[in-house]
Design a binder for this molecule. Sequence first.
Ligand code: FAD
Ligand code: DHB
Length: 388
Amino acid sequence: MRTQVAIVGAGPAGLLLSHLLHLNGIESVVLETRSRADIEATIRAGVLEQGSMDILDQAGVGERMRREGALHHGFELAFGGKRHRIDLTELTGKAITVYPQHEVIIDLVAARLAAGGQLLFEASEVALHGTDTAQPSVTFSHQGEAQRLLADFVIGCDGFHGVSRPAIPAGVRQDFQRTYPFGWFGILVESAPSSDELIYAQHERGFALVSTRSPTVQRLYFQCDPQDHVDNWSDDRIWSELHARTASDGGWKLNEGRIFQKNIIGMRSFVCAPMRSGRLFLAGDAAHIVPPTGAKGMNLAISDVRLLARALEAFYQRGTEELLDGYSDAALKRVWRAEYFSWWMTRLLHTFADASPFERQVQRAELENVVSSRAMRTALAENYVGAF
Ligand code: FAD
Ligand code: DHB
């Protein structure tokens, strides 16, 4: 098989890149290890920045997101029994949309297939070859047959545990990372929303986040031990923990409902630089991970592929490699700002078991500073909506 661009991984990065290339007359093949049903059902991120919404719109896949997603003009920070609104639109002129990642995946897969796009699901033994030559290829097994896909470029969109990043020689690559001593316990609940906007709660028992999925399904998270197991958490224990952490003045109360999914995610910050070696380019989680507190993961994946699509378009339409050469630096600039913000939000809102009494007081003072200063609120809002 031969194509112009071989894309490894059908997450938001790989699927959107394939579609943006198609809109510019560039051919690609997407290889994915999992099944279509599996990628369309995996529950992950929920928040789209306005810039991400705009790209999905421009790519012609934003219609359902606009109709079914919930536009949010602000969110709340809760601590010390009080809630404080961060008015995103008043502070930045922008907003965010809560629209689940798997719905973005469903929309992108449908658009690719309607356009005759080549998506190969359940590909196994995916391996990259010759990425430092002008003739890279990817070998894999599909429906029991060994295949080789020749391409001009290979784009690694295969997430943190994929095969693409390790194909950048260790001597070329520098990895930066930090792991956090806590994870997030996430649940999906059948209930009406408890709040019109997301609530990020800091509490001495640990962080909690009240998010939403639809008028009838809510998404809630709370800080936990990353080694803990969902079986240790009965529904009653989960509710009592969430009530304790989100309790606030004014009669507000968290709605309970049937919990129909529980999972625990670890938290890390990670950056691989450069995001390119020869004819191999990385995008999304293959190159970087953020802790979820700032809701940046899917948005970074989308902004990487927007840059990459433009660079490949310039290469195929004008024969220039300038944007390809500048891709890693341009992407990393935004990545590091998001890394900074996600680390800052994580540090501001989580309880660190080893924090001294002094550090705990300073953390509270920082929260007071954020909510009482317009300048601080503006900086938070700009970072949250991705206005950089
Ligand atoms: P992915 O979505 O990871 O897609 C990579 C794809 O590549 C996958 O479909 C995978 O099956 C495939 N693949 C892997 N290896 C291979 C291979 N060898 N060959 C072919 N295909 C391969 N962000 C938030 O902002 N908020 C959240 O609440 C949140 N929750 C998350 C929960 C989990 C469990 C995880 C893992 C991530 C979460 N994130 C969250 C982060 C966000 O979902 C990611 O940043 C986003 O999915 C990145 O998109 P991507 O396309 O780069 O990678
Ligand atoms: C969601 C996830 C996040 O990481 C976040 O900061 C806000 C919302 C969510 O899944 O709804």
